[in-house]
Design a protein around this ligand. Structure first.
Ligand SMILES: Cc1cc2nc3c(=O)[nH]c(=O)nc-3n(C[C@H](O)[C@H](O)[C@H](O)COP(=O)(O)OP(=O)(O)OC[C@H]3O[C@@H](n4cnc5c(N)ncnc54)[C@H](O)[C@@H]3O)c2cc1C
Length: 450
């Protein structure tokens, strides 16, 4: 690639990671961005999604926050799913309303992102089959299922938790079915409006083998009662060793009968029209040491951190990834090894962030193991107590939920353009040992940011 030719960027996947990256990267000068999505049409199937401060922040940067409206989560109730007893409640954070957590229809998030993607960027029905490094100084060859072959200077793997791009660059990495199955649907809000615990407030209903989650997903100031919907999500934990059904990971149609759960919110569940449930099998994998490869491939969103269902904030992570990638490419543009340097910066900022999440999950796993020896009833009570102790995740983990991606970037810049270091962009790539030291610094920084 000559320095004057456009940087050819191939983004694989049209989910939040791919669309967010497409918006942020298309803003850069002299780039040629294409999104390759395997689906024939982009239609989001995942019911509702939580949008909190970190996500609002990056949606605003992408110009995609306006169209995203939903249920303002003023309060969230946590209940014993067998008795209905209240285990605890959490209240909205002290933030302007538009930055507080909302539950929104996924379709709205997708539509808001799509509206910001430049025309002609997305190519549908393009399932990536393989990725090949063409060698030093050359690009990457992409082969699609329909036989099309193309080349790119940078490949952005935004192809989800079972990423083909990740498989190509890290063939030894595997994901596995965790045993958790989630059934999700949207039902007409008016059909449950006589059940105030369900209709008005977001609620978690903890059962013996999982939980149910109910939440309005629309803004009553925007939509009339007849137009509003309510989300129901049921999570069930099976033993993956004995569950021999072949599992797919995303949005498989499921019958009403299949959604087998405790009777607490049965009345609401029974409202779901046949054919509207979707089944999601959770997959997870180990943390990747590096989110980039070959100096020309980068993994974003679920492809980069196969964390399963943790944190309820991964759409934000996916969008933050794309925005930071664009900043890093912008920053190194014009230097001798611009792309290599940019990917190093990206990895330096995002890897420690995900590492911290994995460490937190390991800690949680330890706590769950500690109650495994108890009888089922004792285990249920102990699990409820763990839930009650774990409430207010948002204020306990500000490094995630209050993450301000602009500040993260500004702090990185401040660290690297301080008095002891010249503003020589090329020097970033030359000083590998410095980068290793800085990685630790960024870990500390992120925690301070939060
Ligand atoms: C049950 C459940 C509840 C969740 N709740 C929340 C929540 O409340 N808040 C939140 O922030 N996050 C939530 N998440 C997580 C969130 O949905 C994901 O983190 C987010 O969708 C990740 O975006 P992504 O773009 O990385 O991956 P995806 O959304 O999976 O998108 C990947 C895209 O790549 C395409 N693709 C895959 N393979 C190929 C290929 N070979 N070639 C071309 N295209 C390909 C897919 O078709 C898809 O469009 C939840 C997830 C689940 C399963």
């Amino acid at each position: 690639m000559s320095s004057s030719s456009p940087l050819r960027i191939a983004i694989i996947g049209g989910g939040p990671a791919g669309l967010g990256a497409a918006i942020a990267l298309s803003e850069l000068p002299n780039v040629e961005v294409k999104v390759y999505e395997k689906a024939k049409e982009l239609c989001e199937v995942g019911a509702g999604i939580r949008i909190g401060f970190n996500c609002w922040r990056v949606l605003g940067l992408l110009g995609a926050d306006e169209g995203v409206r939903g249920h303002h989560k003023v309060k969230v109730n946590h209940r014993n799913g067998l008795t209905g007893a209240l285990v605890g409640s959490t209240n909205a954070q002290d933030l302007p309303k538009r930055l507080q957590p909302h539950r929104v229809r996924r379709r709205r998030l997708q539509a808001a992102l799509l509206a910001q993607v430049k025309p002609g960027v997305i190519r549908l029905g393009k399932a990536l089959n393989s990725v090949e490094d063409l060698g030093e100084g050359k690009g990457v060859k992409l082969v699609f299922e329909d036989g099309e072959v193309t080349e790119a200077d940078l490949v952005v793997g935004g192809d989800g938790i079972r990423s083909v791009v990740r498989d190509a660059v890290y063939p030894d990495h595997t994901t596995r079915y965790t045993g958790t199955i989630i059934w999700r649907t949207l039902i007409p809000w008016s059909k449950v409006k006589h059940l105030p615990e369900i209709a008005e407030t977001t609620a978690w209903w903890y059962g013996k083998d999982g939980h149910e989650y109910t939440s309005p997903v629309d803004d009553p100031e925007e939509l009339c009662d007849a137009e509003r919907m309510l989300e129901i999500s049921c999570r069930n934990l099976l033993d993956p060793a004995t569950d021999l059904t072949k599992r797919f990971n995303w949005g498989v149609p499921a019958t009403n009968e299949r959604v087998d759960y405790d009777p607490q919110v049965r009345e609401a569940m029974a409202v779901a029209p046949e054919g509207t449930w979707r089944e999601f099998s959770a997959f997870a994998g180990a943390r990747l040491d590096k989110l980039t490869a070959w100096d020309k491939v980068v993994l974003l969103g679920d492809a980069s951190h196969p964390l399963s269902g943790a944190f309820g904030s991964r759409a934000a992570f996916a969008l933050e990834d794309g925005w930071i990638l664009a900043r890093a490419i912008e920053y190194t543009r014009g230097s001798t090894h611009a792309l290599r340097d940019a990917l190093k910066i990206f990895d330096e900022i995002r890897s420690p962030y995900y590492m911290r999440m994995y460490e937190f999950l390991d800690e949680q796993k330890g706590k769950a193991q500690a109650v495994k020896h108890l009888s089922p009833d004792q285990r249920f009570e102990a699990a409820l107590k763990l839930r009650a102790d774990g409430l207010n995740m948002e204020s306990k983990m500000p490094w995630i939920y209050m993450n301000d991606i602009v500040k993260v970037w500004e702090q990185w810049i401040a660290e690297h353009e301080g008095p002891s270091r010249s503003n020589d962009r090329g020097s970033i790539a030359k000083q590998d040992s410095v980068l290793l030291d800085d990685r630790r610094a960024v870990t500390a920084e992120v925690s301070v940011t939060a």
